[in-house]
Design a protein around this ligand. Structure first.
Ligand SMILES: Cc1cc2nc3c(=O)[nH]c(=O)nc-3n(C[C@H](O)[C@H](O)[C@H](O)COP(=O)(O)OP(=O)(O)OC[C@H]3O[C@@H](n4cnc5c(N)ncnc54)[C@H](O)[C@@H]3O)c2cc1C
Length: 465
């Protein structure tokens, strides 16, 4: 820690929201500020249960490899504790049985690891680790607005509403908004004469319907079973082996296709997916919970990097900055990467003896690349559905042709599947899929049975190249 004097003091930081982005921000800020107050209207997780402020907690949440790497850096004992608690470690190539774009992906040891668990279990483990940080205080309260200096140039804290003391003002040297997709930062800024951020919106109308099951008897060669549609099909599903020897099953639909929430309808929806595997799995399993639903109308990206002027000492991150179509499982990893940017920027300033001025502009500019690396490929996939409303980038048709061929080739080319997984898990940038060696494999003639490739229930013998 540094900068104990002058207006660049790093005494108090405030984080609004105790979801994944807020917890990670608090963890990082604890290394740079005397004291950090994390304000969460639900109070942070005290048990592995879905809570009101994070309704998506009932649904399948995958942590991408990059996200897991960052979590392990911030909390070295986290992944072992998750696994000891029953979460299933899994290899993307070996343990995920994935029907995507009309084909089963090749199965192979990819070395790309993940952990299968429920979102509340993960959030609770992280919350427990943030709670015990000696300089982090958790406050159960709702933030109502920002406080500014008399000139309106600098955020000096937040106005809060709590059961304990009604309304009050909390001051801080830095305030981070991690209050999720419903963030009021645009209105709070506007109230002080700032421009609202421009928004990019890509409409997808996703609905999830999820429940926990006790798996039926029998051996399976997967820990996660996923069915992702090939347009114009709009039905998808995921079965994740999670802690407690249970399965978390999510059925989903796009663009108004809605999985039913009654017993018979739920099974029937599963039966009519592109392949019968999820239906067969859940028909033989025992439901443990009611069916929970969640609707996600659109990807929303708020371009805070373009708001000029922007007040000092105020940052926006996580879903508050960009909320992605959940079917690609990116939100938590993007939040983790943004937390690392915040950490790096503060470290850099400490090294240079620099203060906090200019930090928001730097932060919002730096996270553009991270958001782009998720937004581009996934909204690109969303645009395969003609109902996806939003601004289609130039060249979308060509990219669809190329990536469609790549997806198909991942059924029998493990090198391509690996390249794809590395991008999907944010280990490599999307440009890695356009390296000459990858292009050459995508464009190569598809192997035929005469080439000696034999398909055995999605496992392709002779195909591990
Ligand atoms: C159905 C669904 C499935 C998803 N699946 C995945 C997945 O597989 N993988 C993945 O990485 N991501 C997934 N996501 C995205 C992921 O949930 C988020 O990106 C991630 O949790 C980061 O969100 P966040 O912390 O910014 O916001 P949230 O998790 O929404 O947390 C915001 C927090 O702020 C609190 N809050 C809000 N307003 C206030 C206020 N005024 N004062 C105080 N507190 C406030 C809320 O109570 C909440 O706790 C999914 C999302 C959905 C909707």
């Amino acid at each position: 820690m540094a900068h104990r004097n002058s207006s660049d003091a790093r005494q108090q930081a405030i984080v609004i929201g105790g979801g994944m982005a807020g917890l990670l921000a608090a963890r990082v800020l604890a290394d740079h500020f005397e004291s950090v107050t994390l304000i969460e209207r639900d109070g942070i997780a005290t048990e592995p249960k879905a809570r009101k402020g994070v309704p998506q907690g009932n649904h399948v949440h995958g942590v991408l490899a990059k996200g897991q790497e960052i979590l392990s850096r911030l909390f070295p004992d986290l992944v072992p504790a998750l696994v000891a608690g029953g979460a299933a470690p899994g290899d993307m190539g070996r343990d995920f049985h994935w029907h995507h774009f009309g084909v089963w992906k090749a199965r192979f040891d990819s070395g790309i690891g993940g952990t299968l668990l429920t979102r509340p279990f993960l959030e609770w483990h992280i919350a427990e680790r943030v709670r015990v940080l000696p300089n982090v205080r958790i406050l159960e309260a709702a933030v109502d607005g920002l406080a500014f200096d008399p000139g309106g140039n600098r955020v000096t804290g937040v106005q809060i509403r709590s059961q304990a003391d009604g309304g009050s003002l909390l001051t801080a040297d830095l305030t981070v908004d991690a209050s999720g997709r419903g963030s009021h930062a645009p209105q709070w800024l506007e109230a002080y004469g700032y421009r609202r951020p421009a928004e990019s919106i890509v409409k997808v109308d996703v609905m999830y319907a999820s429940r926990l099951y006790r798996p039926g008897a029998g051996r399976r060669d997967w820990k996660a079973l996923m069915i992702s549609p090939r347009a114009a099909d709009k039905k998808m599903a995921a079965v994740f082996a999670v802690e407690g020897n249970r399965w978390l099953v999510t059925l989903g639909g796009l663009h108004g296709v809605q999985p039913p929430t009654d017993e018979a309808g739920y099974l029937e929806f599963a039966r009519t997916l592109a392949v019968p595997d999820v239906y067969q799995a859940i028909a033989a399993a025992e439901p443990l919970t009611p069916i929970a639903t969640h609707k996600f109308p659109a990807n929303i990206r708020r371009h805070y990097d373009g708001v000029k002027p922007f007040p000092e000492r105020f940052l926006i991150m996580g879903d508050a900055a960009c909320s992605f179509n959940p079917i690609y499982g990116q939100g938590m990893t993007v939040s983790a990467r943004e937390a690392m940017v915040l950490d790096e920027l503060l470290r850099e300033r400490t090294r240079q003896g620099a203060g906090l001025d200019g930090l928001p502009a730097c932060f919002h500019k730096k996270i553009v690349g991270i958001i782009d690396s998720a937004w581009g490929p996934t909204t690109g996939e969303d645009f395969r559905h003609e109902e996806a409303m939003g601004e289609r980038p130039w060249g979308t048709a060509l990219i669809h042709w190329y990536t469609g061929r790549l997806h198909e080739r991942c059924a029998d080319d493990t090198s391509l599947a690996l390249a794809f997984y590395r991008v999907m898990h944010m280990i490599d940038p999307p440009a890695a899929l356009f390296r000459p060696s990858v292009i050459a494999r995508v464009l190569r003639r598809r192997p035929t049975p005469a080439d000696g490739v034999v398909s055995i229930h999605g496992l392709r013998a002779g195909a591990h190249r």
